[in-house]
Design a protein around this ligand. Structure first.
Ligand code: NCD
Ligand code: ZN
Ligand code: ZN
Length: 366
């Protein structure tokens, strides 16, 4: 059995820098026509000059078959001029990391700046007027500049101050407020992990003519919190946002396999060296690039939805970002193989496991 797909777009990937970049990039370029490169490097990608230099480094590591789409990190010090210059330098998206919510986010936007009143609660998700809790002119001016120059807003949607499992719900009011206040801004809620938020994004997308979309990772379609902490502690399955319940996973699978225009793949492949995961204070992030399309094929196959795989991996995201669909192809064959225990010093998703699908052929975009 064989599946032929357009080359895929990974619309959320961490490629890192230097030696790590060179080790992991080939796993992305083997199946991707394009990838949206996250800016949470050290130091962050935060200006037009950073975008130009980092694109050069990344493109070199990816090789000719995979085009990097660049992003900048929105910092508390970012100005509209910085946004416009980065856009001119080719950045397609600006990423907001709420401070302290994930890897390399300490310099992100503080929770007080992102918070709205009334705060979001389970009972209060209906549209209601909200106010910024402590409005920051600088932050709102940045969103305005992004809206004006057609830069997409990508959100790590977790609200500081909320308990870890409720941080995504705690961010919902903020997203509603942004959609309302910036009626031409396009928004991606990255790596959604709760059924509740998945349903909300779908609804908001229908209500805003598709101005909002969600990315979903392969790992959140595969694991729940029980896989991470239910038995022994599994550091290589630890990521932000933390994997949730089996009901959440079910809703995510239904959404990802629905073919709806508001959902597409962002792997959030986030490599950390083994010793930074297996230690007293382990980093969040799952390295999924080596099994990305193979794992997704198993998820879609189990649902009887292989025919929808290409929409999720190669069409909806391109459409949302206004890019032509990839013309190159990949061929997956049902042939078992064993995923390596370690790739470039990083333990990948499914390490040591037998995978059912294998990429046999790939052609780059013409
Ligand atoms: C990501 C990383 O390691 O850069 N980690 C993660 O757990 N997802 C950052 C992020 O996307 O939140
Ligand atoms: Zn994130
Ligand atoms: Zn990420």
């Amino acid at each position: 059995m064989e599946i032929n797909l357009r080359r895929i777009d990974d619309l959320h990937v961490h490629l890192r820098q230097g030696e790590m970049l060179r080790a992991v990039a080939p796993y992305t370029s083997r199946v991707c026509g394009r990838c949206l490169v996250m800016p949470n490097t050290t130091p962050p990608i935060a200006t037009a000059d950073d975008v130009i230099a980092y694109r050069r480094e990344v493109a070199d590591a990816l090789g000719p078959g995979c085009e990097p789409l660049m992003t900048i990190k929105i910092l508390p010090t970012t100005t509209p001029d910085v946004i416009l210059a980065a856009r001119r330098a080719g950045a397609v998206a600006g990423k907001v990391y709420p401070a302290g919510m994930t890897t390399n986010s300490e310099d992100g936007i503080p929770g007080e700046v992102l918070a709205v009143e009334p705060p979001f609660g389970y009972a209060s998700y209906l549209p209601e007027p909200r106010r910024w809790k402590s409005p920051s002119r600088a932050f709102l001016d940045c969103l305005s500049a992004m809206q004006d120059c057609g830069m997409v807003l990508c959100l790590h949607g977790e609200m500081p101050g909320f308990p870890v499992l409720n941080r995504e719900l705690g961010f919902m009011g903020t997203v509603a407020k942004i959609l309302g206040d910036f009626p031409r801004l396009k928004v991606v809620w990255e790596h959604v992990t709760t059924g509740f938020v998945a349903e909300r994004v779908r609804l908001w997308s229908d209500q805003t003519r598709g101005r909002i979309a969600a990315t979903i990772t392969p790992h959140h379609l595969l694991i729940t919190m029980d896989d991470v902490i239910g038995d022994k502690l599994m550091p290589h399955l630890f990521c932000k946002p933390f994997a949730k319940t089996i009901e959440d996973r079910r809703k995510l699978v239904e959404f990802a396999t629905s073919g709806h225009p508001s959902v597409f793949m962002g792997s959030d492949s986030a490599p950390h060296e083994r010793h930074r995961k297996e230690c007293d204070c382990g980093c969040a992030g799952i390295f999924s690039a080596p099994v990305l399309i193979e794992a997704l094929a198993e998820v879609f196959e189990a649902e009887g939805k292989l025919a929808r795989l290409q929409a999720f991996t190669s069409e909806r995201g391109a459409d949302f970002y206004g890019l032509p669909r990839n013309t190159g192809t990949i061929t997956l064959v049902r042939r078992e193989w064993t995923v390596p225990e370690s790739v470039g010093g990083v333990v990948p998703l499914w390490a040591g496991k037998t995978a059912a699908w294998r990429v046999e052929e790939a052609e780059v975009n013409s």
